[in-house]
Design a protein around this ligand. Structure first.
Ligand SMILES: Nc1ncnc2c1ncn2[C@@H]1O[C@H](COP(=O)(O)OP(=O)(O)O)[C@@H](O)[C@H]1O
Ligand SMILES: [Mg+2]
Length: 263
C-alpha cells in the first residue's frame, strides 16, 4: 500500500526561555513523519515534552527551531485541520451535549440544520446518540470524554491529536474508551497522533509507537506493530512487546524507578 506523509516533523527543537536561571531545553532535533491514516503514539517519561510537542503540531505552541508540515504546508497557527483533545473534559457546562459538539461548526459558519445533522452523526459515532439533550454534568467522566472526541471529529479534521485523553478515567472506563477509539479510527481512517504514558495503551491503539527519552528529549526508539485488531493485551506477543518497551521506558526514569523501590 502506498503511504503518503500527512505530518512531517523535521528537526524540531523547543526551549522555554524564561530568565537565564529558568531555561528549559524540552526536546531536541525531533524528526518524525506520520502517514495518512496512521495511528502513532508518543510515549515518554513525565515532563519529557510530549504535550509541548503535540501543541507545536497543533500550532498552539511555537517551535524554537525546525519545521512541522501538514500535507506539505508549514503549520504556523491553529486551524480546523488539526483537532486536539486534552485530558480534562473541556466541555461548556452551559451547553447541552449536542450544542457542545456543534460548537466548532458554529465557529466556521455551518448552517444550523447541517450542524445538527453532523453533530448527531458524530455523537452516534461515539455511541452517545441518545444523550444529545443531556447536560455535561449529567454524564460520567467517560461519557464526557466521548463528547470531547465527538466535538473534535465533527469538524472533520485532517489529523486528530490526543493528549492523554483517558488519563483521568478509572481503569475499566479507560479500556472501554480505548476499544471505542480503536473502532472509530478503523472506521474513519483518521490520522492520529496520540500522547500517553501507558505503554500498553500505546500498543493497544497504535500502528507505530515512538518512545521519547528524558529531557531534553530525543527519539529513543520507534516500533511498528501489526498485531491484528482488536488487540488482546493478554496475547503473548502483546505482553512481550509491553515488557520490552517498559524496560526501555524505565531506563529513562531512573530516579522514579528508585522512588518506586523505596516506597
Ligand atoms: N509554557 C511553559 N513555560 C515554561 N516551561 C514549560 C511550559 N510548558 C511546559 N514547560 C516545561 O517543559 C517541560 C515539558 O513539559 P510537557 O510538554 O508538559 O511534558 P509531558 O507532557 O511529557 O509531561 C516540563 O519541564 C515543563 O515544566
Ligand atoms: Mg503532558
Amino acid at each position: 500500500m502506498a503511504s503518503r506523509a500527512k505530518i512531517e516533523i523535521s528537526r524540531v527543537s523547543k526551549v522555554f526561555d524564561g530568565s537565564p536561571r529558568n531555561r528549559t531545553a524540552v526536546f531536541n532535533d525531533i524528526s518524525l513523519t506520520i502517514d495518512e491514516g496512521e495511528f502513532v503514539s508518543l510515549v515518554g517519561p513525565s515532563g519529557c515534552g510530549k504535550s509541548t510537542l503535540l501543541l507545536c503540531v497543533a500550532g498552539l505552541e511555537s517551535r524554537t527551531s525546525g519545521e512541522i508540515r501538514l500535507e506539505g504546508k508549514l503549520i504556523t497557527k491553529p486551524g480546523p485541520e488539526l483537532a486536539i483533545v486534552f485530558q480534562e473534559y473541556a466541555l461548556f457546562p452551559w451547553r447541552s451535549v449536542i450544542r457542545n459538539v456543534e460548537y466548532g461548526l458554529e465557529a466556521v459558519g455551518v448552517p444550523a440544520r447541517q450542524r445538527r445533522e453532523r453533530g448527531r452523526a458524530a455523537l452516534n459515532l461515539v455511541g452517545l446518540g441518545a444523550f444529545a439533550e443531556y447536560w455535561p454534568h449529567e454524564l460520567s467522566g467517560g461519557m464526557r470524554q466521548r463528547v470531547a472526541i465527538a466535538r473534535a471529529l465533527v469538524i472533520e479534521p485532517k489529523v486528530l491529536l490526543l493528549d492523554e485523553p483517558f488519563g483521568a478515567l478509572d481503569a475499566l472506563t479507560r479500556s472501554l474508551l480505548q476499544k471505542e477509539l480503536s473502532r472509530i479510527c478503523q472506521a474513519t481512517g483518521k490520522t492520529v497522533l496520540f500522547v500517553t504514558h501507558s505503554i500498553s495503551e500505546a500498543i493497544y491503539l497504535s500502528d507505530r509507537i515512538v518512545l521519547l527519552s528524558k529531557r531534553p528529549a530525543s527519539i529513543r526508539l520507534e516500533v511498528r506493530t501489526a498485531l491484528p485488531r482488536p488487540r488482546d493485551p493478554y496475547d503473548p506477543e502483546f505482553v512481550a512487546l509491553t515488557e520490552r518497551l517498559e524496560r526501555v521506558l524505565l531506563e529513562e526514569v531512573p530516579e522514579q524507578a528508585e522512588t518506586m523501590v523505596a516506597a
